[in-house]
Every structure is written in C-alpha cells, then in structure tokens.
Design a binder for this molecule. Structure first.
Ligand code: CA
Length: 481
C-alpha cells in the first residue's frame, strides 16, 4: 500500500436523504484521481431511525434492505445502492472499510423484565443498589427481517447492562444480573471498568453472542465484498472477542483483510497496551497525535513545535498507526469535541500526508463540507495529496529543532525520479532552515509547491539549501522540472 490514503467519507451532519451511497458512487473516480486508496464508509446498519448517523445501531443484518425502524433505507440509502457504490469504488482500485458497531444495540422491539444492580457511573465495579427487577429494552426479534441471514433473537441475558427502566423512567447504569454475569475483562480501565458505554451493552462473554456476531463479520464481509473494518468503540469491548472476531473474518477473507480500531484515549501507553493485547492484529487511530494537533492549534506560537510528535502512536508503532487530524467525534458539537483550529489544519495535513510513517486518513468534513458549510481546506488538501503522490518517497530526516519552525526532509527514491521534498511549518514568525539534501543535488533548483512562496532555492555545491516558511503556515519545497 505505497503511499496509501484513507478517507473518512462522512461527517456528523449529513442530510437524511438516502442519497449518500449514490453520491459516493459518483465520487469514486475522483477519489481515485486524487490518490485515495481506501474509504471508511459511515455505519451502514439499520439504526434507531433514518436520522441516526448509524451508531445507534438496531440490526447488524439490515443494511438498508428491510422495512424496520420506519424505513427500508438507512440515512445513506439502500443496500443495493451501497453494493453499487462499493463495486464502483473497487473498480477504481479503492478499498472499502466497513464501520462495525458491535459494542451495543439500540431501539429494541420490546421490553423484558430482569434483575439488575445499579452501579456508580464513576466506579462501575461499585454496586449502589441491591438486586431488583426492572423493565428494560432488550428484546430484539426483528419483525421486518424475520430469520433471513440469521435467526438469532436477542434477550436480556445477551447484554451486560442497560441504562433505562421503562417501569419508572429512571436513568441509571444497570448491571444485568445472572449466573457468571460481570462487566467484561479486556476493556478500558476508566471508571474502573468501561465496558458500558450506551444503550443495551452487548455481553461478549456469552457464547451465543460470540457465535452470532462472528458469523455476522464473515457474512457482511462476503455480502459486500469488503476489504476491511473500522471497529467502533473498541475500548468498551472485550479485547479477547476482537481478536477472535478478526481471526474468524481473516480465516474467511484472507490475512490481508484490514482492520483499524477506534480506541479513544490520548495517552499513548493505553494505545500501546491495547496493541500488545491484540498481538498487533489491528491498527489504531493516533488519538495522541490528534490531541497534540489540537493543543498546538489552541496555543499558537506559545506551543513548542519540537514536542509535536512526542508520545504519539506513530512514533511508537508506525507500522500499525492511522494518522488523522479530525473526525466525526472530534468535530465541533460532537461527543469528544476537540476540533483542531482552522489555521493549523493545513499544517497538520501537510505533516500526516508527507511524513514517511503512518497511514493517513483525510476527514470528509475537512475536504468537502460540514453541514452546508464548504471546507476552506479543500484546495490545500488537493495540493498535499498531489505532493504525496509525486514527491513523498524515501527516508526522512527530522528537523524538530526550533520551538516555532519545524519540518523534515524526505530524500526521495530511485523508483520515483525527481522525488524528495522539504516540509516546513511555522506557528510563529516567518522561519527558515538550512538543510543538506546531498551533494548529488548541487545545482538543483527547488520551488515551493503550495504556491505560498514565490522564491526559488538553488542547492549549493555542498548540497545545502536554505528553505523558508511563512509565519503560521506550511511550505513544501520540491525540485523544479
Ligand atoms: Ca461494552
């Protein structure tokens, strides 16, 4: 996957028109032309309503095929339209990653009565009530789908917890009681045990659940001819199940079947530990780098750019890291809001698209639009994608040696004649760096590829060039001609 680029092809505020799979299909050729090699599509299973982004998931086996929850289609369209979009993407040599939402289920068909204990939301291992009976939304029989694809029906004992008692309307975290019932092991340690996130939390210690959801993984990968998964909310799911799930799907689809997990923690140690627990079977998003970008964008010139890459996943485990700037959860108004300020986004995209390490992911909201507001970054991302394809090859020499101006030199390689580049960013005044690009390059004339700077640089007889960057901007220097 030389210089692969993923795009997260959705944001939180897309219109509920059922036209999105058609839009994606139409956009396939363009995505190929700009250098996109994989698309992370929005969660495609039937959710609570067609207004739902898809994380309020109702039925894993309904991809917009059955009249359930008020419509056949999902927010994005029908299953047939989804299949057509995927075929078109793959015709354009673009891989398709499915957003697998496996932590929970929402919009149950009926209530059931069962025993629970309430727990302290900040300390989930601490029970704050005796066992008593509630009426919870845990019965799923999928009247619109029936037994097609799977005859599995969900009951309260397939879940570990829920948060609403229909009998009295009380919201709490209810841990479901029963033989051997407990919060899952192998989940994040926040709040003592972060198994429970929302809705009816699936119990991945239950053998019937393990079997049906693993079968679903094989089924959906085959049915849609998928190339990989983006695994939602994995810090809330037993890591042992995730390992088993990936083994099962890869046995069916091949070892190269891709997976990246969303483990939303900014401390890199948690990410390292998770990767080790999963034996590096899964890539993770570099949430630590995202938060460094966020901090840098907020602090402006007071942020010491020499530390921009400190304690990031891409520095720890570059071979299993997906780098990104923002996503649907960090975007303004979302649950994990930490949106990188606009002035810094081109700098951050320059870094992830031109550096050697990491599998970069471009966010739909940064490239196209958020709601009906066009992104101001469309053009610069196009330019950086173009630079990635043409010049971003070879080894990398870092110049993180000044608080306000940092960058790196990519040496280029023999397979890509004329390749190599100097990337610089500044969060303060105009800056410059003298960089040795090798004596073999003496006499070469370099120019600034984004068009921010009009001067040219001639490499001297020792192989040195002095490259500049505007204050608060980025510069990409490449060989002319
Ligand atoms: Ca869970």
């Amino acid at each position: 996957m030389k210089n692969g680029v993923m795009i997260q092809y959705f944001e939180w505020n897309l219109p509920n028109k059922g036209e999105f799979w058609n839009q994606l299909k139409k956009d396939s050729k363009h995505l190929h032309e700009i250098g996109v090699t994989s698309v992370w599509i929005p969660p495609a299973c039937k959710a609570t309503t067609s207004d739902d982004v898809g994380y309020g998931i109702y039925d894993l086996y309904d991809l917009g095929e059955f009249d359930q929850k008020g419509s056949v289609r999902t927010k994005y369209g029908t299953k047939e339209e989804l299949k057509a979009a995927i075929e078109e993407l793959q015709k354009n040599q673009i891989c398709v990653y499915f957003d697998a939402v496996m932590n929970h289920k929402a919009g149950a068909d009926y209530t059931e009565k069962f025993l629970v204990k309430e727990v302290d939301p900040n300390d989930r291992e601490r029970q704050i009530s005796d066992a008593y009976e509630i009426e919870g939304w845990t019965g799923f029989d999928f009247p619109g789908r029936g037994d097609k694809y799977s005859n599995f029906k969900w009951h309260y004992y397939h879940f570990s917890g829920t948060d609403f008692n229909q009998e009295n309307g009380k919201v709490s975290i209810y841990q479901i009681q029963g033989d051997g019932k407990a919060w899952a092991e192998g989940v994040d340690g926040e709040n003592s045990n972060y198994d429970y996130l929302m809705f009816a939390d699936i119990d991945f210690d239950h053998p019937e659940v393990i079997e049906d959801v693993s079968n679903w993984g094989k089924w959906v990968a085959n049915e849609l001819n998928l190339d990989g998964f983006r695994l939602d909310a994995i810090k809330h799911i037993n890591s042992k199940f995730i390992g088993h799930f990936l083994d099962t799907v890869r046995k069916e689809r091949g070892e190269e079947f891709y997976a990246v997990g969303e483990y939303w923690r900014k401390d890199v140690q948690s990410l390292n530990d998770y990767l080790a627990a999963l034996d590096y079977k899964v890539d993770l998003f570099d949430v630590a780098l995202h938060y460094n970008f966020y901090q840098a964008s907020k602090k402006g010139k007071d942020y010491d750019l020499q530390h921009l890459m400190d304690d990031t996943l891409v520095k720890n485990h570059p071979e299993v890291t997906v780098t990104f700037v923002d996503n649907h959860d960090s975007q303004w108004g979302s649950s994990l809001e930490s949106q990188v300020d606009g002035w810094f986004k081109p700098l951050a995209y320059g870094l992830i698209l031109l550096q050697k390490e990491g599998y970069p992911c471009v966010f739909y909201g940064d490239y196209y639009s958020i709601g009906d507001k066009q992104s101001p970054h469309h053009l610069i991302i196009d330019i950086l994608l173009d630079a990635r394809r043409k010049f971003a090859y070879g080894d990398q020499q870092d110049y993180f040696d000044h608080p306000n101006t940092v960058g790196f030199y990519r040496t280029g390689d023999d397979k890509h004649p004329g390749s190599g580049l100097v990337f610089l960013m500044s969060n303060g005044e105009e800056g410059f760096k003298t960089i040795n690009v090798g004596e073999n390059r003496k006499g070469e004339v370099w120019y600034e590829f984004t068009g921010n700077i009009k001067d040219e640089v001639t490499i001297d007889e020792n192989g040195n060039g002095t490259f500049t960057v505007e204050g608060g901007n980025l510069a990409v220097w490449v060989k002319k001609g």
